[in-house]
Each structure stands twice: as structure tokens, then as C-alpha cells.
Design a protein around this ligand. Structure first.
Ligand code: PGA
Length: 269
């Protein structure tokens, strides 16, 4: 193992958020092709997942081989039922066999005005209902410019995890997704900078849960593509990748998964 490279996890975590793309049929085709292309990769080395739109979730959960690929929801309300037009409840997601729930994606925070407190409510509910819970945090261009990213992210994470018990940490994954790195206008983060921020998040976990911080994988997301995987996956604090656009073609997703794995294997020697 090269100096500094963490062997925290035996596997790498690679997933994609399909956002508001792909119909039900298109998502089922995507799933079929992705499973076919990646089935030979031992899942002891890889945790693969993707998050379809709500209308595709039930069919995709039914069709998926959950040993090969986990299926997740892009958001979830904290209540089991109620007057919450347009929201989806934990009971609805549990009934169709969702493995994972993502909370606090940058687009939810930025476009739909989700606050840290709402994120916290969703996180607590997701954990209580037994879902693997992927919490996204991110800084803005403005915060980066003024050198306050670390402060903002500490605050986001501390609020998101308020009330989460040490026992629940085994169900928690984190993703650092700088808002300024996401989407076509985004610039991928410099791998060293991403690594430093992951270190800040890891330290925050250590402060909140002494001795338990190493159990939570931290993924990087934001304009990840074949060209920048190597730089990112050589970093000691980056445990996996969370990919948007570049993974929506299953053949490219397969290449991304393989490159992530081979870079990590090489780096670990
Ligand atoms: P991107 O999206 O890879 O297309 O930048 C990342 C995300 O929003 O998770």
C-alpha cells in the first residue's frame, strides 16, 4: 500500500444519480445492460448503485439483482404519511424494496430550497426505516472563494447528523459534491482539494463519533468522468465516486467502474 492511501474499505463505492432523466423503459434497459456488463466484478470489491426517477423505482427494484446493484431513491419525506403533496414516504419506498435513500443533493438544496434542518429530518427518518442513507453535502463557489468551505461543510454535516446514534453509522454513506463542480457548467474539483475536504468531513465524524469515523465511506461527486478518476481515486480520503452525466450510458458507466477499481488496486499496490 502506498503511503497515506487508506485501506479503510475493501471495496470501492460507485454510483450514479439519474436525476430527472430516463423513462421507466429506458431505466430498465439501463439496469439490464449495466448488470450484464459488470456482473463479473466481485462485489466484495465493489458497491454499485444508482438512483432512478420515482416513476421507474418500483419496476427497477423488481427487476434488479440487488446482489449486483443497489437501487436508491433520490429523496424521501420524513413522515410516513400526511398532507405532503408531491412527496414520497419511507413506507412507500420500503414496500417496493429500495436499498438506499439519498438525502440533501445539491439540486434539492439549491433549486428546491431544502435546509439543513429538513435534511436532518429526512436523514433521521431514513435511518429509522432501515435504509442505507447517502447524505450529500457541498459548498458554493462563493464559499470556496472566501475560504469558508470547511466551516460551511462542518456545519452542514453536524446538522444533518444531529440525533444520529453511533449504532446507526453502519447505514450511513456521505458524498462531498461541491455545487460549483456539478453539471455541464461545473469544474471538477482538484483531487488534492477534494481530498482535503474529505479529510475535514472525516475529522468531523471523528469529533462526533470518536473511534467510529472510519466506518463511513465518503464519496466524491461533481463532473466525474474517465479523465479525472485516476487523480481522484489515488487520494487517501476518497472512498468512491458519485457520478452524474458520465454514467448515464451503461457502457461508459462500466468503464468508469473498472477504471475506479483498477486505479484503487494500483494505488494500494
Ligand atoms: P455530474 O453530476 O457528474 O453530472 O456533475 C453529479 C451529481 O449531481 O451527482
Amino acid at each position: 500500500m502506498s503511503p497515506g492511501l487508506s485501506a479503510r474499505f475493501q471495496k470501492v463505492f460507485v454510483g450514479s444519480n439519474l436525476k430527472m432523466y430516463k423513462t421507466n423503459r429506458q431505466t430498465l434497459d439501463f439496469l439490464g445492460r449495466l448488470q450484464e456488463l459488470t456482473h463479473d466484478i466481485p462485489r466484495s470489491e465493489l458497491s454499485l448503485f444508482f438512483l432512478p426517477s420515482y416513476t421507474a423505482l418500483a419496476d427497477v427494484c423488481l427487476a434488479a439483482n440487488h446482489n449486483l446493484c443497489w437501487i436508491g431513491a433520490q429523496n424521501m419525506h420524513w413522515e410516513e404519511q400526511g398532507r405532503f403533496t408531491g412527496e414520497i414516504s419511507p413506507l412507500m419506498l420500503a414496500e417496493i424494496g429500495v436499498d438506499l435513500v439519498m438525502i440533501g443533493h445539491a439540486e434539492r438544496r439549491q433549486i428546491f430550497g431544502e435546509t439543513d434542518v429538513m435534511v436532518n429530518r429526512r436523514v433521521l427518518s431514513s435511518l429509522v426505516h432501515g435504509f442505507q442513507t447517502l447524505v450529500c453535502v457541498g459548498d458554493t463557489q462563493h464559499e470556496l472563494h472566501y475560504g469558508i468551505s470547511a466551516d460551511v461543510l462542518r456545519q452542514q454535516l453536524k446538522t444533518a447528523l444531529y440525533g444520529v446514534t453511533p449504532e446507526q453509522l453502519c447505514k450511513l454513506w456521505l458524498a462531498y459534491e461541491p455545487f460549483w463542480a456539478i453539471g455541464e457548467e461545473g469544474q471538477p474539483a482538484d483531487p488534492g482539494l477534494a481530498n482535503d475536504i474529505h479529510g475535514v468531513l472525516r475529522q468531523m465524524l471523528a469529533d462526533l463519533y470518536p473511534g467510529k469515523d472510519q466506518t463511513v465511506p465518503i464519496l466524491y461527486g461533481g463532473s466525474v468522468d474517465l479523465e479525472n478518476i485516476e487523480g481522484l481515486m489515488k487520494q487517501s480520503e476518497i472512498d468512491g465516486l458519485f457520478v452524474g452525466r458520465a454514467a448515464w450510458d451503461p457502457d461508459r458507466f462500466n468503464q468508469i467502474v473498472r477504471k475506479t477499481l483498477s486505479t484503487r488496486r494500483l494505488a494500494q499496490g
